[in-house]
Design a protein around this ligand. Sequence first.
Ligand SMILES: *Cc1c(COP(=O)(O)O)cnc(C)c1O
Length: 359
Amino acid sequence: MDFERIPHAAPVPGETRQQAIADPGFGKIFTDHMVEVDYDEAKGGWHTARLRAREPIALDPAASVLHYAQEIFEGMKAYRHPDGSLALFRPEQNARRFNASADRMAMPHVPEEVFIDSIRQLLSVDADWMPPIEGGSLYLRPFMFASEAFLGVRPAKQYKFMVIASPVGGYFKAGAKALKIWVSRNYVRAAPGGTGAAKTGGNYASSLVPQMEGADQGCDQVIFLDAVEKKWIEELGGMNVFFVFDDGSVITPPLTGTILPGITRDSLIQLMREEGLQVREEPYNIDQWRIDATKGNLVETMACGTAAVVTPIGTVVGPDGEFRIGAGGMGQLTAKLREKLVGIQNGTVEDRHGWVMKL
Ligand SMILES: *Cc1c(COP(=O)(O)O)cnc(C)c1O
């Protein structure tokens, strides 16, 4: 697709931008531009692509996304390499997952090259927003929603695909501090046959009440159990999990449709197997977690995702009380994998997998 490029008439002044990106936090500030691509079934599909000033968009109050939540998104990052170039990490995986999410939500595919080109377009004008700080990156948020004004219940015929970018530091304020996790008993995140494997806003909306419940108990994040037996550990609201044992084996819950197939998860599985660790994708239950952690043969538990990379889980507040993982802080393997993955992404560790796409 050809992009119409309409530069921002009044971008944020350089000095203001420098101040903002010195301590960006997460998802609070945004770059000057955005990408907007329109889909209309009557016009043969995707038809108009623009790179333009980031600003509020006009939406009909009957737009179906506002009523029936036909919406999907991705989360990825652009990194600055030591040679000054920009790089993406496995962006084709995000493009593919985006279309898998689209399938589940009865939405049209965004061609992979349009997805990647949209990101290139945005970065071509907003690269100066990269935070010049350790661990800093440009968080990219591609998303698509039903824009058709129609209140009948059926897949919409009009959509918008957009990309915005947000300079970010670490996801958690305290950096890689170990998380305190609340085990949700009253709420589930996803059920078999539901939308758990799609990156769709509704999954996040339904995770907010359990997240608040956890926060009331002094926890940072919530871990969800399966919807049927209420004992198999699935994932956090936005991160996958790995359990590390003292015999060098590792367990992560299998992708059976209720878990989001994380790209960080997939990358870590590969890195661990190359290290000679035995990684099993199999169910692991909440009682066993407590027993193994208490006995000491479970030595680490890590949460992983693009935003927070790899983060240790230090304490679990479960139905049978609280228990600690290892010494309650950052474990050895967690630290090692975090360093390796961050190194590959930032271009300081050799990329032997062809994961890095230089722009
Ligand atoms: C995005 C997401 C993840 C992590 O996926 P990555 O590709 O590693 O960023 C995990 N769980 C949920 C529910 C998510 O939405």
